[in-house]
Design a protein around this ligand. Structure first.
Ligand SMILES: [Zn+2]
Ligand SMILES: [Zn+2]
Length: 210
């Protein structure tokens, strides 16, 4: 039995939030609570899922704008981030440049530099360290179903920006080549923005990878 993936596209930057639930136990995690925390919570309760943890691919505000609302209701839930994105997180994730204030007093308590294996019930998820778009960017890979939640690293025929604070183009290309393109061709890629794709499609069609 597999994982159920629910995608919600939220906020002004149309960021993808994924709720990933175990089909049997109905335990779920949120990957990037992008915006509209109440919508995310409603989707979880409508499906009678139980939230176990929240994982951030990186600390840009459009990937955690819905966090405050969710943690108001579930203040003791585990929150995961890589330490190298902690400064960006505590600085509002770049929201100041947009004239936005994010209401969020919650600190991560799972650090992806120390925790490389995660669980959704009995399923094991690998944490991949893929810096370049941000210093502490991570991706989540489920080997059984060959599913990759890639954040803002690789898009359908695109790659992540590296002109934001902490961005590094060479690091990004390195992450894509050495962490993503080595995964099985049939791996499905669920990015932080836009449509899903696969490793084989991007190997052959992505003009930014050569
Ligand atoms: Zn980003
Ligand atoms: Zn983004």
């Amino acid at each position: 039995m597999g994982l159920i993936i629910e995608k919600l596209t939220l906020g002004m930057l149309e960021t993808n939030c994924y709720i990933v639930a175990d089909e049997i136990s109905k335990s779920c995690v949120i990957i990037d609570p992008a915006w509209d925390g109440d919508k995310i919570l409603k989707k979880i309760s409508d499906n009678q899922w139980t939230l176990s943890e929240i994982w951030l691919t990186h600390a840009h505000f459009d990937h955690f704008g819905g966090l405050g609302k969710i943690m108001e209701v579930q203040p003791h839930i585990g929150l995961g981030l890589h330490s190298l994105d902690l400064d960006l997180y505590n600085d509002g994730g770049g929201s100041k440049n947009w004239g936005i204030t994010i209401e969020n007093n919650h600190q991560p308590n799972i650090f992806f530099d120390k925790t490389q294996k995660l669980n959704i019930d009995s399923k094991t998820i690998d944490v991949l360290f893929v810096p370049g778009h941000s210093p502490g960017h991570v991706a989540f890979f489920e080997p059984q179903s060959k599913t990759l939640f890639g954040g803002d690293v690789l898009f359908k025929q695109g790659i992540g920006r590296t002109d934001l604070e902490g961005g590094n183009y060479n690091q990004l290309i390195d992450s894509i080549k050495n962490k993503f393109l080595i995964l099985p061709d049939e791996t499905k890629v669920y990015p932080g923005h836009g449509l899903h794709t696969s490793i084989s499609l991007e190997k052959t069609n992505n003009p930014f990878i050569f």
